[in-house]
Write a protein that binds this ligand. Structure first.
Ligand code: URP
Ligand code: ZN
Ligand code: ZN
Ligand code: ZN
Length: 507
C-alpha cells in the first residue's frame, strides 16, 4: 500500500533507535544499536539506552546498512516525442520501496544552455521525496559551455559531466569535443563520464538491419554489437589517459568494455566502471523467444521493454560482469532507470530506431544485487554496502555524509532480512511503469524498512512519502579519484625536460 501524503505533510523524523541489528559499513560489520535524531545518526553503539519518546525498531537477526545510492537514473526525462513515466516523485517512491535513499540524475542542457538545463531540473525535482544530486550532460562545445561548466561546478554543486559517444544526430559528440571536455573536467576537478558506443558505427548497423528487413526490437541489439561498446570504451580510456584525467564509464554492458577497463586499471589508470542491474541480472535470450516468429505483434511488444543502450547482451556477459564486480575491476552498481511504458515503446514496434531506449531498475537494484552477488557467495555483506552505496558516495565526494552508518552521517538506512525473500511484479511495484523487465523474479533477502533523512518511509510493505521532502545534495569537486593527478602531471613534465637538460656530447 502507498500512502501518498500531501506536500508539506510532516512525516515524523525526530527520534529513532534501531536495536540489535548487524550494522554494516563498507569496511566493517558488528552488532550494535543505531540512534537517530532529527535526520542524523547520533550514535552507533551496543546497548544504547533511550527515553519513552523514542521509536524503537527491532533489527535482531537483520542487517542495518546505509541506504542505496543509485548513481545513474533518468527521471522526468524528455526524449524527442515523449517523457519517461517516472518523474522525481514516482521514481523516488519506487526507489525508497526498494531500499535506495539517494540517486544522481542527468541534467540535459536546455536549448544548449547548462544553467537553463539546471533550472529546468531544479523545477522537475521540487516534488522529490528523497535526496538527489545531478550530473550534467555536455552536448556541444564553445566558450559559453566551457564557462557554464565552471559555474555549475563552483556554484551549483555538480561534479561530473557525461559525454555521449552514441545517439548520432542527437546527443552524440565527437573526439575533438571529448578532448576539450576532458581537459575542462580535469581543470575543475569534475569527473568525466562516457556513454561508450561508437555512434557512427551504430548508425551504419541500424541502416544495415533496416535494409535486411530486420525492423523489430531484435534489430536494436543486432545493430549495436558489443565490439562497438568495446571500441568506444577503449577510445575514451586512451583519450582520458592522454589528458591524464579520471574517467567513469557508465552502464558497462559487455565483456568487451569490461576488459578494456580491466586493462587500463592494471596499468594504473584511474578508470571507474559502472555495471547496471539489467546487465548483471539479464541476458538477451528473450530476443529468441520460441513464439517470436508466430506471435508477430504480441511478442515484439513484450520484448520491447528490454530495449536499452548499450543493449542487454548474450548469456555470459552477465556472469563476466558479476565476476568483474566481485574482483574490483568494476566499482559500483547503477540502474540507468529510464521508464517508458508499453504504449511509448510501441512507437518503435515496426522500426526499432524509433523506440525510446531504457529499462526499469531503481526499485529492484538493491534486491537484485543482494540476491545475485551476496546469496551466490560472490561478495561479502560489507562489499554489498560498498558497491551499492559507499563507493558512489566516495566517488561523488559526499562521503561520509552519505554511504555510511556513522555518527554524523545522514540517517539514510535500510534494514534487510536475509531470511526473507522478494518477488518482483508490475502488479506490486511502485513505479508508474505497466511492465517490469524482472517480472516474476524471486530471490532471497528482503528490505523490510527504509529510513530516509530520519523518516521511516517503508515498513510493513507500506510506503509513506510526501512530495517536497527530498533535498538537493551538492557534490563538491576534487573527490579522491583526483588525488595524485597533479603529481603524475609533474612527473610527465619533468620527463619532457630531461632530454633538454642532458649534457651535450662532444663529437
Ligand atoms: O537506453 C538507455 N540507456 N537510455 C537512457 C539514456 C542513456 O543512454 O543512459
Ligand atoms: Zn564498527
Ligand atoms: Zn547512456
Ligand atoms: Zn543513462
Amino acid at each position: 500500500m502507498i500512502q501518498f501524503c500531501d506536500a508539506g505533510t510532516e512525516i515524523p523524523s525526530s527520534k529513532l533507535l534501531i536495536k540489535s541489528g548487524t550494522v554494516v559499513n563498507a569496511h566493517h560489520q558488528h552488532i550494535a544499536d543505531v540512534y537517530v535524531e532529527d535526520g542524523i545518526i547520533v550514535a552507533v553503539n551496543p546497548n544504547i539506552r533511550v527515553g519513552d519518546d523514542v521509536t524503537i525498531i527491532d533489527a535482531t537477526g537483520k542487517y542495518v546498512m546505509p541506504g542505496g545510492i543509485d548513481p545513474h537514473t533518468h527521471l522526468d526525462f524528455d526524449v524527442v516525442f515523449t517523457t519517461t513515466v517516472d518523474d522525481f516523485f514516482s521514481g523516488q517512491a519506487a526507489a525508497l520501496a526498494g531500499g535506495t535513499t539517494m540517486h544522481i540524475d542527468f541534467v540535459i542542457p536546455l536549448n544548449g544552455s547548462l544553467t537553463a538545463g539546471f533550472e529546468d531540473y531544479e523545477k522537475k525535482a521540487k516534488k522529490s521525496c528523497m535526496d538527489y544530486g545531478f550530473h550534467m550532460v555536455i552536448t556541444k562545445w564553445d566558450e559559453t559551455v566551457s564557462r557554464e561548466m565552471e559555474l555549475v561546478v563552483k556554484e551549483k554543486g555538480i561534479n561530473s559531466f557525461k559525454f555521449f559517444m552514441a545517439y548520432k544526430g542527437a546527443l552524440m559528440i565527437n573526439d575533438e569535443l571529448l578532448l576539450e571536455g576532458f581537459k575542462k573536467c580535469k581543470s575543475l576537478g569534475a569527473l568525466a563520464m562516457v556513454h561508450a558506443e561508437n555512434g557512427d558505427a551504430v548508425y551504419e548497423g541500424q541502416k544495415k538491419m533496416i535494409e535486411l528487413g530486420i525492423t523489430g526490437p531484435e534489430g536494436h541489439a543486432l545493430s549495436r554489437p558489443a565490439v562497438l561498446e568495446g571500441e568506444a570504451t577503449a577510445r575514451a580510456i586512451r583519450l582520458a589517459d592522454f589528458v591524464n584525467t579520471p574517467l567513469y564509464v557508465v552502464h558497462v554492458m559487455s565483456i568487451d568494455a569490461m576488459e578494456e577497463i580491466a586493462k587500463a586499471r592494471k596499468s594504473g589508470q584511474r578508470i571507474i566502471g559502472e555495471p547496471v542491474a539489467s546487465g548483471l541480472a539479464l541476458d538477451e535470450s528473450w530476443l529468441w523467444h520460441p513464439d517470436f516468429e508466430t506471435a508477430a505483434k504480441q511478442v515484439p511488444s513484450l520484448v520491447s521493454m528490454y530495449v536499452m543502450s548499450p543493449p542487454i547482451r548474450k548469456r555470459g556477459h552477465d556472469k563476466a560482469l558479476q565476476a568483474a564486480l566481485s574482483t574490483g575491476i568494476l566499482q559500483l552498481v547503477g540502474t540507468d532507470h529510464c521508464a517508458f511504458n508499453s504504449t511509448q515503446k510501441a512507437r518503435g514496434i515496426d522500426d526499432f530506431r524509433k523506440m525510446p531506449n531504457g529499462v526499469n531498475g531503481i526499485e529492484e537494484r538493491m534486491h537484485l544485487v543482494w540476491d545475485i552477488m551476496v546469496e551466490s557467495g560472490q561478495i561479502s555483506v560489507t562489499d554489498y554496502v560498498r558497491l551499492t552505496s559507499t563507493e558512489c558516495a566516495r566517488i561523488f565526494n559526499i562521503y561520509p555524509r552519505k554511504g555510511a552508518i556513522l555518527p554524523g552521517s545522514d540517517a539514510d538506512i535500510i534494514i534487510l532480512n536475509p531470511n526473507s525473500s522478494f518477488e518482483i511484479s508490475a502488479k506490486s511495484h511502485h513505479s508508474r511503469l505497466d511492465t517490469n523487465i524482472y517480472e516474476g523474479r524471486r530471490g532471497k533477502g528482503n528490505i523490510e524498512v527504509t529510513i530516509a533523512g530520519g523518516r521511516v518511509v517503508w515498513e510493513n510493505n507500506e510506503l509513506k512519502v510526501a512530495p517536497g521532502t527530498g533535498r538537493y545534495i551538492k557534490m563538491p569537486p576534487f573527490s579522491y579519484v583526483f588525488d595524485g593527478v597533479d603529481k603524475k602531471d609533474a612527473i610527465y613534465l619533468n620527463s619532457l625536460q630531461a632530454p633538454v637538460k642532458r649534457p651535450k656530447t662532444s663529437s
